[in-house]
Design a protein around this ligand. Structure first.
Ligand SMILES: Cc1cc2nc3c(=O)[nH]c(=O)nc-3n(C[C@H](O)[C@H](O)[C@H](O)COP(=O)(O)OP(=O)(O)OC[C@H]3O[C@@H](n4cnc5c(N)ncnc54)[C@H](O)[C@@H]3O)c2cc1C
Length: 394
């Protein structure tokens, strides 16, 4: 705790991805000058990862935003480095350089680690090198692939990019007039993107049908061997090539309790179970849905708890997950939305028009507007009667 009157709460945020930046912006907005914020991350720029899926098809690499001016605007100190361990009793976080950083509140926003999921498959990266996928498209153009399978491992974290890759590939094959390749999508989900509920899932099923994609649900992909993808329950499906998403593993930070896969367990306010002063948000957390909008909502809940502790006049609201996904299809993108706490039947919806504002792929209360402005996505107010700001319920 701050030792004297007038001292500010020292907040250390580890990670400058979606959760880390949203926590930083939310904290400054809610706690104002009551907190002193330091951001620890290996890079001082932010990459718009959700757009990586377009890159193999000729779109430029996702934009990278230098953080310097944002950090200056928010009066946040930047420290380049990695968090390697935490001593919660001492209130210190150890960096890769061997420094022990003292904190009053620590926010773990380190994300997860992507690891290969299906042997023999082209694993689509979380960010970065899409050369394998480009090579696959070149092979498709050459006519050497009769059957292409997109496969979702059970612990991918966020399934939507696989659907985007499938639909974008189907559209690309049509535009390139490659007629002889059939496409299938293998998924452990009981229905396509079922996390969004029935209405949205049915719309995605129709999109797959219209694109000529065969859907194999309730099916776990295992490994590609000899022109067949082994699946569970028992058997295999024909596959000349397989494209898969990586598995996501938690950061498993020494000094902090984590589950068997390295993810941190938190309460509904984002406090790490049993560890005072340590909070977590985003892909590092054991919540089953790992997505940018969800990461932002977790970060907002954490920011409120810390702000209240710093003396801000706020009653911390628990994390209440609302899922907002913008699906790239090769045609008009679809907005998908579902309130995960209220039951899918009532809240699942899909639309060609914006269901939130700004209508970006990362629906964060504070980060969304910043990114929208940075990419020139949408300026000003939402069209009347059409969309709602991310944090506003109809
Ligand atoms: C291909 C793809 C497409 C996606 N599309 C969407 C989408 O359309 N919409 C959506 O909402 N979500 C999407 N997601 C999911 C979304 O990207 C993640 O859920 C989100 O980025 C999680 O945010 P995070 O801050 O927890 O982790 P990250 O964004 O991964 O950020 C983690 C940060 O921590 C840093 N870090 C790592 N280790 C350490 C350490 N030890 N110490 C300090 N810093 C560390 C990293 O360098 C990085 O800055 C997509 C994911 C992928 C892979």
């Amino acid at each position: 705790m701050p030792s004297g009157a007038g001292e500010r709460l020292r907040v250390l945020i580890a990670g400058a991805g979606v959760a880390g930046l949203e926590a930083m912006l939310a904290l400054r907005a809610v706690a104002e000058e009551r907190v002193e914020i330091e951001l620890l991350a290996p890079e001082d720029e932010f990459s718009y990862r959700p757009l990586t899926v377009r890159e193999p098809f000729g779109a430029p690499a996702p934009e990278r935003f230098p953080l310097a001016s944002l950090l200056e605007r928010e009066s946040v100190r930047f420290r380049r480095g990695f968090l390697v361990s935490v001593d919660a009793d001492a209130g210190t976080a150890r960096t890769g350089d061997g420094e022990n950083l003292a904190y009053d509140a620590l926010v773990i926003a380190c994300g997860g680690r992507h690891v290969e999921s299906i042997s023999g498959a082209v694993t689509f990266p979380g960010l970065g090198d899409v050369e394998d996928m480009r090579g696959l498209l070149a092979e498709l153009r050459g006519g050497g692939i009769r059957r292409l399978v997109f496969a979702l491992p059970p612990d991918a974290g966020w399934p939507l990019p696989l659907y985007e890759l499938t639909l974008l590939t189907a559209a690309w094959l049509r535009s390139e007039r490659v007629g002889e390749t059939s496409i299938a999508l293998v998924t452990p989900e009981s229905a396509p993107l079922d996390v969004f509920g029935d209405v949205a899932s049915d719309a995605v099923r129709r999109l797959l049908e219209e694109s000529g994609v065969e859907l194999l649900s309730d099916t776990y992909p295992v490994a590609l061997e000899g022109g067949r993808l082994a699946v569970r329950p028992g058997g295999s499906v024909a596959a000349d090539r397989v494209v898969a998403l990586p598995r996501l593993e938690g950061p498993a930070i020494p000094g902090l309790p984590h589950d068997a896969n390295g993810f941190l367990q938190t309460d509904l306010h984002g406090t790490v179970m049993g560890v005072d002063g340590v909070h977590a948000a985003g892909d590092a957390v054991a919540f089953p849905v790992k997505q940018g909008g969800i990461a932002s909502q977790q970060a907002d809940a954490v920011a409120e708890v810390i702000a209240a502790r710093a003396g801000a006049p706020v009653t911390p609201a628990p994390f209440r997950p609302v899922l907002r996904g913008l699906l790239l299809t090769g045609g008009a993108p679809r907005f998908l939305r579902s309130d995960l706490t209220s039951g899918h039947g009532d809240t699942s919806e899909t639309s060609l028009d914006a269901l939130w504002w700004p209508p970006g792929k990362i629906a964060g209360r504070y980060l969304g507007p910043y990114l929208a402005e940075a990419v020139g996505l949408a300026a000003g107010e939402p069209p009347p009667g059409e969309a709602v700001a991310v944090d506003v319920e109809l």
